[in-house]
Ligand binder design. Sequence first.
Ligand code: FAE
Length: 537
Amino acid sequence: MTPNLTRRHMLGLGALSTAAALGFTRIGAASAAAVEPAAVPYAPAVVVGSGYGSAVAALRLGQAGVRTVVLEMGRLWDTPGPDGKVFPSTSAPDHRSMWFRTRTEAPLAQFLWLDVVNRDISPYPGVLDRVNFGGMSVYVGRGVGGGSLVNGGMAPTPRRSYFTEVFPGVDADEMYGTYYPRARAMLGVNDIDPAWFESTEWYRFARISRRHAHNTGLKTVFVPNVYDFGHMKREAAGTAPRSALAGEVIYGNNHGKKSVDKTYLAAAVGTGNVTIETMQRVVGVRPDPAGGYVLTVLTSDVTGKVTQVRELGCRQLFLGAGSLGTTEILLRARETGTLPALSDRVGLGWGPNGNVMTARANHLWDTVGAHQATMPALGIDDWDNAANPVFAEIAPLPMGLEHWISMYLAITRNPERGHFTYDAATDSARLNWRREQNTPAVNAAKNLFDRINRRNFTIYRYDLFGGNRAFADDFTYHPLGGCVLGEATDAYGRAKGYQGLYVVDGSLVPGSLGVNPFLTITALAERNMARILADPR
Ligand code: FAE
């Protein structure tokens, strides 16, 4: 098994593009000639969703010769719009930016307390969704590639000691020796050239924040990324089309970013065994009396209208719809009685990875630069501070003008957990998370940034997050848990109570990881798929 890009992989990428050009939502080849039940259309394996966990499952199934259908509720993102671009820019978002909205809901709602960030848009299956629950909003990606389409690309590896605490039942030697390196190679994780980082205007904002951290006696580390830093350098030199240097990130990157549609999923389609179908939302799962499962799938058009309700059978079902999506599918199945033997742990153990954003106002002489790359490359690493562990990424705020703002995404060790309940009236999963549950995260971030402010004679910005707040504690980019490994599933993601039913995504992670999660989600999926293929159960 070669983890790196192969010829088949490139063929797969071609297949993804050609299918999109044809406006075709089914991609790949049906090759198996096995005897299959006739009652409903059937695939030996179905993968729900197409983010990190799903992408790993699809590739490894395809390589094992298993004919696999991937069902994704969003669209395939590779057809340019009238502006010649696949994704809209962050400064001028249009219908492509958000999932069925009439107005964008950007994380940073204001500037100087003014609502100058968000825009009216027409409803469309756009690439970024914000799922609003009472005390917490969750940002997720929609489309072939899931969160990899919209995220900041940061791919740090968690402290081994914390990983062991979070996953006591997982062999850390195996993870750190085999699966993290495999995931990094497949995802195309790379490091910024330190010499370029020191000299380029595009990371001046990070160098200023680093100086203030160092003044405070804090350590900083470079954060690896899946954005191609070589491409970024060429963007700066004017020899490659701009994306990270053109303000693109949360509504998609038109260049430079290795999202999983360009890595794992392209390789999966390249095996000839994997088909990806878009605008397909899985809402129901029931056991097939003949063995395996029957899914209820809604097909929608770009207006959101359901154009077809159908059933699809499979022998093996891999759920990779993300923490919210997978948990909802299983919770609904358990509570409506289609899969009643699922564990009573389904729905539990959810957390926002201790996410809190904050911002500081710098002195006039500490300019952060009008030019800022959108991919963070540096973090303040105070995770070893036992009394107050924080890993704070130095985030850009690319507004095209000097604003003297230092922005951060702090990841803290918040022990609070939420849980999901099934709401029959809306047929959906409700997240039970009270706003106060983020107080430990805010306190930890405040402890760190109070020290930085004191030492550098600076203050917080109160104009960016609404409600005169210095800390944004009401949204997360890192939804984790809901079907926790070893609780709702066995030690490899096999759902308790049923055979041939697997969870492969971020819902396996119990609410906290100490760093950004996609590398770990990918590595864990690699580990679990290796076991599942050897021992399906
Ligand atoms: P995910 O990538 O969310 O994929 C789930 C897929 O399933 C999506 O494509 C859904 O549309 C689809 N789906 C959901 N329900 C259904 C259904 N019922 N039927 C069919 N399809 C369905 O899952 N993480 C990092 O490590 N580094 C970062 O720099 C970073 N930055 C982020 C920035 C933003 C703005 C956001 C939103 C997230 C960021 N994350 C980052 C988080 C990261 O993207 C996330 O942890 C992973 O994408 C989760 O991977 P999963 O495989 O769990």
